[in-house]
Design a protein. Sequence first.
Lengths: 418, 288
Amino acid sequence: MKILVLNSGSSSVKYQVIETDLERMEEDRDLALAVGQVEKIGLSDSRLTLSVPGRPAYQDYREVLEHRAAIDWALRALVDPEHGVLAAVTDIEAVGHRVVHGGEEFASSVLMTPDVVAKIEACSVLAPLHNPANLRGYHAAFAALPKVPHVAVFDTAFHQTTPGHAYLYGIPFQLYTKHQIRRYGFHGTSHRYVSYRGCQALGWSRDDRRVITVHLGNGCSIAAIDHARSIDTSMGFTPLEGLLMGTRSGDMDPAIIPWLMAMEELTLHQVNTMLNKHSGLYGISGVSSDMREVLKARARGEQRADVAFRIFCYRVKKYIGAYAAAMGGVDAVFMTGGIGENSPDVREHSLNGLEFMGLELDAARNAATVGKEGEISTDGSRVKALVVPTNEEKTIARDVARVLGGVMPTFTPPESFS
Amino acid sequence: MMGRSIATKVAQAGLNVSLKELSQEALESTKRELEKSLDHEIARFGLTSSEKKAILSRIRLVTTFDAIGDADLAIETVQEDQALKRQILRELDRRLAPDHPIVINTSTLSITELAADASRPERILGMHFLYPVTTTRVVEVVRGQLTSDEVFERAIQFGRLLGKVPIKVFEMPGFVTTRVALPLVNEAMHVVMEGVAQAAEVDLALKLGYDFRVGPLEWADRTGLDRILTWMQHLHDETGEPRFRPCPLLRRLVRAGLLGAKTGRGFFTYDANRRRTDRLPDDQPGLG
């Protein structure tokens, strides 16, 4: 079946048309027919792009003021006789929506009924920038395609298997019951796909292995996956916690925040932007939030770029050690995301020195594996290290097929206090 | 300053805006000040450099009314001078499509009176933006006697688009914010004049006692004592109420050219970056 996958942000909609079904996914024959996005929604020079394998990329500009117009535009492009890939909009048999936050409500992907939509809306308080935008995309897509099923796939769902001792913070318990302040974790769709695909590549069943998935992109997170279940992850209540990222601080002493607000007389907005947009690789290196630029500056001998790089890798290593301990050992480490897939330097500095726990990096394999799947540990390495390119859209499309086919695995979180 | 601040906020909301200055020289200075204030906000972590770029790309600086063309909405932000504001309104009235709102930014002047000789007074209303427009959360949307429901509603929507909470007010001198704040400031000045307490301690008492972010006298200094005097005088003239009579100390400081932060001295002293230089030890930032 042809599935439209949508990732709607506040001013952009990314879309893909993926052909898949239960049979195709079994044989790994899912097919991405078209990939594109509409950017700068709300402005007079909105841009649409559409790439179809084997054809030159197509783009167009016009004024698009809201999501409904953006999705109509994307659908028109998809059925365009010259640039499109579909004969008619009715060829789309289902829509999969990326939804950032499912709170404690959603532990797996679900069909979007009015009740589900209301619950997603209720989760907006936890992700005020993302969920409302995801829902705007849903409402727009539903208006255009009211007769097909729509499925929500959550960034947080995969981590709902984490136990209370991993997801609760050491702050007064009533803040959890009152405001649901706990660790949720994000990038769940990526961690789930990469752990599945990595084990498959090694010829393993994920169900009896302990793996660590390291997603290093603009946002970075790492997950401990024990027998196919996420038992801990580095992002927390928001995506700010954990590893150092492009512009986010990751872990820090929370006492710094009130101290800075008082001493620098910063407003809530300023301190929030400081942590989310002025920190991380960018804030430390002063060069860029882009690891490639930081690496160039480091090669030129810039000290701050070097220390930014070292902080970045050091934290990855520290978390790998912590998660290996949390699982009582580890069978494989899978690296993914823009940086994880493309930077041998980052992988080398993050994974070197882990021989004590059985991980031996193969320098030549590491250097040769860029932007593709491949093993980067030595043949004798007891713990395998692999590069596994992530594919969240494919996972979303597959979840749509699973939900509609009635085979979406569901589970109850191991520990609930509510 | 107000025009620049409003234009920045409008551009920040993702809208295109033309900012009209009187001369090429004023335009150049505005360009520099725009950069400076955005850089300041970057240094305070409130903005990123790519956001700055996007904001600047949406602000078009012009020197003639004709260069504005037909805007969906126009805001005048000249000083509180009846005749000058009227002249600007006439220019805008001639150029904007008949149903496009024209906004007067004023703290004290009468919208109805200013709109009196416009061809379509129903499309004229007031919006009282408070400085700095980029951070204050409130805007007073002021309905003149003849303002239409539709125009009033559009201005409220516009305020929301800018991320502000619109407070609906009917036209009365000073609206809400100015009318309530000025007597408080004036009273603080009386307290100083009568020798009850020193200016710094008056401010500190209100800051610590009532959780004011800035004390009333520093607020007056930062607003400009000359502007405060103009507003007070206008409120007094309009209402005849003795509670709006400007404090003699305020008059004296203005006559002496001690206008507050912009001149380096008013009730307090300021450096070239408008930072207070005479804060009491108890008035330093800290965890408290």
